[in-house]
Design a protein around this ligand. Structure first.
Ligand code: NAP
Length: 268
């Protein structure tokens, strides 16, 4: 059974490759624009291409049974049609529900008629790296919504669920809402990063406008506005934990405290 991982050097796709290999998958193919730079493990078959350049896909899809589909809305209709023509029999996509930026991925996958599993991941733990510059330069975090709460997820867990859905039966037709194992406020996330670094990181509450100005420097204006609007919403309506990761993996998802220790170098 040949499995194609698209976006194979991306933050999620690269981990999906590792999870598939660890689970013993023997025919893993990876799609990348630059096979040399990608430096994928030697047991992976590397194919040059990109979801955004659909002319590269017929060759990449040849002989593929199952596919991890990275998020790219612009070409997803053509991508899924080409996958159907090539005989792909299962798609596991990183998508999003109606109203999200990535809903077009789910719509196109379902429209193709190929059996699917949607992974609807909530906020990634890696998003907390937006504070890394402030922690390094000022030793503090300026936040507008310290009580905003949700259950961020580790990329490692998204990839592990993706690999299960690619390799095991019984996940077809499921739209998995994926979160981490505990609901935490922004203030608790900052405190956990401080613990991982071995020092207290003061959280300074600032206005929405001041936080926007700070974050625009690191994220750009659109992403900063999107992030802060999301925090304002979470302050009013905290996002609860979904049990799906532990149900699918048979173990709890990674806790933020563990993640912060494992990735402390991102904040140093
Ligand atoms: N929910 C959240 O909190 C959250 C947080 C951060 C990100 N996200 C989203 O989660 C998704 C997963 O992220 P990901 O890092 O795994 O990325 P991805 O979009 O799944 O894949 C990125 C890969 O696509 C390939 N690529 C080729 N040409 C590209 C181009 N012109 N532009 C961009 N990528 C190109 C690159 O690999 P090659 O160069 O090897 O081809 C790159 O490594 C993204 O859609 C991201 O926006 C969500």
């Amino acid at each position: 059974m040949r499995i194609l991982v698209t976006g194979a050097t991306g933050n999620v796709g690269r981990l999906v490759v590792d999870e598939l290999l660890a689970a013993g998958a023997s025919e893993v193919r990876a799609l990348t624009t630059d096979p040399v730079r990608a430096a994928l493990p030697p047991e992976v078959e590397v194919v040059e291409g990109y979801l955004g350049r659909v002319e590269t896909l017929p060759r990449a899809f040849e002989g593929v049974d199952r596919m991890y589909l990275a998020r790219l809305t612009r070409t997803v209709r053509e991508v899924t049609e080409l996958a159907r023509e090539a005989g792909v029999t299962r798609i596991v996509d990183l998508a999003g529900t109606a109203g999200s930026w990535w809903y077009d991925v789910e719509k196109a996958v379902e429209h193709s008629g190929i059996p699917w599993t949607h992974l609807e991941a909530g906020e990634f733990m890696t998003n907390t790296t937006i504070w890394a510059d402030q922690i390094r330069s000022r030793g503090e975090v300026r936040e507008a919504y310290p009580r905003a709460a949700n259950a961020p997820i580790a990329l490692e867990d998204i990839a592990a669920v993706a690999a299960k859905a690619l390799l095991e039966d019984g996940h077809e037709g499921a739209a998995y809402g994926l979160t981490g194992p505990e609901m935490l406020t922004r203030a608790e996330l900052v405190a956990q990063i401080g613990k991982a670094l071995g020092r207290e990181i003061p959280l300074v509450e600032v206005s929405h406008a001041d936080a926007l100005a700070d974050l625009t420097e690191t994220m750009g204006a659109d992403a900063a506005a999107w992030y802060l609007d999301g925090c304002a919403e979470m302050a009013e309506h905290p996002q609860p934990v979904s049990p799906t990761v532990s149900r699918v993996l048979g173990r709890p998802g990674m806790r933020f405290a563990e993640w912060a220790v494992a990735h402390a170098s991102l904040f140093r």
